[in-house]
Ligand binder design. Sequence first.
Ligand code: RRO
Length: 310
Amino acid sequence: TTLTASIAGFDFDNVLLNAAGVYCQTASELDQILEASGAGSLVTKSATPAERDGNAGVRFAEMPLGSINSMGLPNLGLDYYLDYTITHQDEKPLFLSIAGLTKADNLAMLRDVQDSDFNGLVELNLSCPNVPGKPQTAYDFDTTREILNEVFSFYTKPLGVKLPPYFDIAHFDMIAEILNDFPLAFVNTINSIGNGLVVDPETDTVVIAPKGGFGGLGGEIVKPTALANVRALRQRLRPEIKIIGTGGVTNGRDVYDHILCGADLVSVGTSLYFEGPAIFERLNNELIAIMAEKGYNHLDEFRGRLQTLA
Ligand code: RRO
């Protein structure tokens, strides 16, 4: 059995990586994913041009079947993650995530990456739900097209976008029509389900401090939304645009389901937060067991082959 996959000419030993934001803010966390786990790749915490502390107070909490966060983009700044990925890029193909708070910041960071020795993949995060006053960019279709137009006027290295979840068939159609007009290497779907609200029944309070308790939902509870987005985009995007499936992965069957819906790689957020980098080896072993049971030797034998009912 082999678990190999590829995106834009980059070959991965297996499909797993962390979801941006989890276990990827410091070199020590990144090292654990890179050196001491069964992950096929990693993505760095979304970077802004300069270091940020993020939102104040308790900003991550467990909830039934998942997590809620309003981190507010705490990160060590683009240069830190650029240095890390350039240093380690000969070990595995790596993803560098960037999330400017403005279009100008995104373009400036991409110019830096373009001019650097970085030779991996960039994930442009158009879907952070947690910066007060900054809407999730990819819910604004005109702005999304405008940003991609400007990006691809000069950026020539492999690039993908991190998308927010969509909830309407018309929106799947609209975002796919835009994405198909650009030479994207991949899309990553989904970011957290933005602006959920969790109540603590003991205290009658919210569970995180920023934004009055509103935050992005992750974990098991988002799996059906994640699978819908992977499937809907696979049905609409040009085949050259690969898909990273993110959302609701806690076991090997969840990885299998993402691939069945069309994912090329699969990333793990909330469950990685709770279980740590040992989760990657467990997920790979569970996926191999499911494939063995079904007689599959390679992911190509079932990727995208979800059956529908008559
Ligand atoms: O840092 C965050 O609050 C954050 C980001 Br940038 C994101 O893209 N998704 C998320 O759930 N949290």
